[in-house]
Design a protein around this ligand. Structure first.
Ligand SMILES: *[C@@H]1O[C@H](CO)[C@@H](O)[C@H](O)[C@H]1NC(C)=O
Ligand SMILES: *[C@@H]1O[C@H](CO)[C@@H](O)[C@H](O)[C@H]1NC(C)=O
Ligand SMILES: *[C@@H]1O[C@H](CO)[C@@H](O)[C@H](O)[C@H]1NC(C)=O
Ligand SMILES: *[C@@H]1O[C@H](CO)[C@@H](O)[C@H](O)[C@H]1NC(C)=O
Ligand SMILES: *[C@@H]1O[C@H](CO)[C@@H](O)[C@H](O)[C@H]1NC(C)=O
Ligand SMILES: *[C@@H]1O[C@H](CO)[C@@H](O)[C@H](O)[C@H]1NC(C)=O
Ligand SMILES: *[C@@H]1O[C@H](CO)[C@@H](O)[C@H](O)[C@H]1NC(C)=O
Length: 520
């Protein structure tokens, strides 16, 4: 009895009619109990609106010498050494058209931009130094590399958010804080260079994990407010006459209620996006990651963060929106065969669903490539299972998020969006239980009903889409449904497999490195 993930997509021809549709899925009678459940969706209003390019991934600065718990998982995945001519990498990004990429991470606050005016030495790459903050000396981005990166982004249609070094000018204090104003001279020159060369940057973000209690060091919220205003002014000035203007994002760190509240209340005019990071599973070395991922109570723990930030944004006068700017689940580079295996899709898709339901606009996965949590394998560039989860989400889930409640076992998790490419809806159902069969009935604002009978093992996820399709009306009986199903399983029923099956067939690149078609 293997583990499975189901994705079903229901196409319903008429929107406000009641009907019942029942499906018998495979494995019926193969053992395990059957439990009834009801997915209740309020189709009348949206509780959140995501960006069209909600799915985002990160590229980081970590050099090959970055190691955690005795393993070095970054290879050549740094912004400074990533192989930009790799065919799979290009195809993987192009498949999203566009894929939002956030460039940043811990070492971003140690990067010197080697613009013409820069007088500091420009050491490429980062050199390991255990007594330096973050374990490395300062590094440098040569403009030649920046040119190459931008031609790569243009060619692959990536949409770039760039994380700027927010530490120049500050003094590190004994108590761990960094005081003094941000010296933006080097960043300003870098932005100027970028604009002069017509490189398209969708957003500039200030700093990485310097807010709240910080990682390495912290900057007080009042100071961060002033620095964010400086960034806003620099950008307004440099982009004079250039449209569209890039977004201003900040602070890019862990949510801390008082810090974020003060920061948000005071940045009402200079900030477009409040970014925060999520590593709610603990350190990558944890031996209990899988248990946490499959525990609904554990997954729910992070909802406080999303609701806390949403409430702060609502109550402040800001028009800034919330993004998850970096989320790798397990910090210190993740865990091999967990954060890059099938099982991690339970965490990842749940995160996408949950964050969207709290009106998060964009969710950046750490990483596109690099560490043990890459969407792509660091050495071979071959997509890991979460790459396909990301792609499916991107193609199916539309802007509007609908309130969804599941009455039944807690191991079923349900999220609904309007469909991306039609008038229908897409329901994402995740079954964290390995043996329970769940017979789920889907009801949308009581105006119509879907019934879905389901046998599932370790996992079950279903995408359903209701579609209004006038063109087919004459051919169809009123109330008839159409359903598209995406049934995902891990290879050999092993949730720690790095190969995902779609409707029984392995999702593999073809011999030229093309991303396979994702068809129901
Ligand atoms: C290592 O970092 C410390 C602290 O920043 C610095 O004083 C020292 O010079 C660095 N060592 C080398 C070899 O770069
Ligand atoms: C840390 O020390 C600096 C300088 O003495 C001070 O300005 C700052 O408020 C202190 N921060 C904290 C969190 O204690
Ligand atoms: C900011 O840093 C630059 C070097 O990048 C330096 O020349 C300048 O004097 C600094 N400005 C201030 C106000 O400290
Ligand atoms: C940037 O675009 C402007 C206007 O389209 C053009 O005049 C200029 O030559 C471009 N510069 C570069 C470096 O491509
Ligand atoms: C990348 O793929 C290779 C070949 O399949 C595999 O040996 C390796 O473990 C993978 N790396 C990671 C980090 O999963
Ligand atoms: C299901 O999960 C439980 C708890 O993780 C485990 O003890 C049991 O062996 C699993 N059963 C199957 C059939 O995989
Ligand atoms: C449908 O949604 C509306 C709007 O939220 C709500 O007021 C109403 O109670 C819902 N109807 C049913 C039957 O659930």
């Amino acid at each position: 009895m293997g583990s499975q993930i189901w994705m079903c997509l229901w196409l319903c021809l008429f929107r406000f009619l009641s009907f019942i549709h029942s499906v018998n899925s495979e494995g019926e009678g193969a053992g395990g109990g059957s439990i009834e459940g009801l997915v209740r969706i309020n189709g009348m209003e949206s509780i959140g609106k995501i960006d069209d390019d909600f799915v985002c991934a990160t590229l980081d600065w970590w050099p090959p010498e970055k190691c955690d718990y005795g393993t070095c998982s970054w290879g050549s995945a740094s912004l400074l050494n990533l192989d930009l001519s790799n065919n799979i990498l290009s195809n993987a990004i192009k498949a999203f058209s566009p894929l939002k990429l956030r460039l940043g991470g811990t070492l971003q606050d140690k990067v010197i931009y080697d613009t013409e005016d820069n007088k500091q030495p420009c050491p490429v790459p980062f050199v390991k130094n255990t007594s330096a903050m973050f374990g490395f000396n300062k590094g440098c981005l040569p403009m030649k590399r920046w040119d190459e990166l931008n031609s790569f982004f243009l060619r692959t249609g990536a949409k770039i958010i760039f994380g700027l070094n927010a530490l120049p000018g500050r003094t590190l204090q004994r108590n761990g804080s960094a005081t003094g104003a941000w010296n933006f001279t080097n960043s300003e020159a870098f932005i100027r260079y970028t604009v002069k060369n017509n490189y398209s940057i969708a957003g500039w973000e200030l700093g990485n994990e310097l807010c709240g209690h910080g990682v390495g060091t912290t900057v007080a919220p009042s100071q961060y407010v002033a620095d964010t205003a400086s960034l806003h002014n620099i950008v307004q000035n440099i982009y004079k006459g250039v449209e569209p203007k890039p977004l201003i994002l900040s602070p890019g760190g862990f949510f801390d209620e008082p810090w974020f509240k003060e920061f948000t209340d005071k940045t009402t005019t200079s900030l477009d996006v409040v970014t925060h990071h999520i590593y709610n599973l603990g350190p990558g070395v944890d031996q209990h990651l899988i248990e946490k991922i499959l525990d609904p109570a554990y997954l729910d723990g992070i909802a406080n963060t999303f609701s806390g930030l949403r409430n702060i944004l609502k109550s402040s006068g800001t028009s800034a929106r919330a993004w998850v700017g970096e989320a790798g689940g397990a910090y210190n580079s993740g865990h091999p065969l967990v954060t890059n295996a099938f099982v991690f899709s339970f965490w990842y898709l749940d995160q996408l669903g949950m964050s969207a339901s709290y009106d998060t606009k964009t969710y950046c996965r750490q990483t596109l490539i690099g560490g043990n949590y890459g969407l792509l394998n660091t050495t071979t560039f071959v997509p890991n299972p979460d790459y396909y989860s990301a792609l499916l989400w991107h193609r199916l889930m539309g802007k509007n998020v609908l309130s969804t409640r599941f009455a039944g076992p807690k191991t079923i998790r349900a999220y609904t969006h309007c469909a991306k490419q039609s008038n229908g809806i897409v329901v994402l159902l995740i079954n964290l239980h390995n043996t329970t069969t769940v017979q789920a009935t889907v009801s949308i604002n009581s105006s119509w009903t879907l019934r879905h009978r389901h046998k599932s093992h370790k996992a079950y996820r279903s995408h359903m889409r209701k579609k209004h399709h006038d063109g087919l009306r004459t051919k169809r009986v009123i109330g008839e449904t159409e359903r598209e199903e995406y049934h995902l399983t891990p290879k050999d029923g092993n949730i720690q497999s790095q190969t995902m099956l779609l409707n029984g067939n392995a999702l593999n690149l073809d011999s030229s490195g093309n991303i396979p078609n994702i068809e129901p």
